[in-house]
Design a protein around this ligand. Sequence first.
Ligand SMILES: [Zn+2]
Length: 139
Amino acid sequence: MTIFALDERDPAAGAPDVDLEHEGQGERERERVVVCADCGHHISDSAARQPFAEGVWQERFVNPHGVLFSVERYARAPGCVGRGAPSTEFSWFAGCSWQIQLCGACLTHLGWLFRDLAGSDPAFFGLRSDKLRELDCLR
Ligand SMILES: [Zn+2]
């Protein structure tokens, strides 16, 4: 979706002209599908990706076994399937449980679903950057 900036100084200007500069920006931000790097299964889309904090789109975490993961945050990942019971042990996010998430097609370990135990924040997926690929949306 392309969003055009309206000129706020002149509310009577009517329909905005197409601004080529902003159109270029929209081109870069167009929706892309996010697929499993191993099998190509549709996992999520770029519109569902959220920053961990302002401008922070990727975080690195180490699990108790010393394995380093680069993780991206997604509001939804319908291509994943949960595996095992949610746990609160060694959670990377305070107050959140985690549940292992696998690719719904090839069962590669893609990441985790984090749920705020207090229920005040929506659940989110922390997915491994090295196990995802982004493709242009074909439509
Ligand atoms: Zn897969």
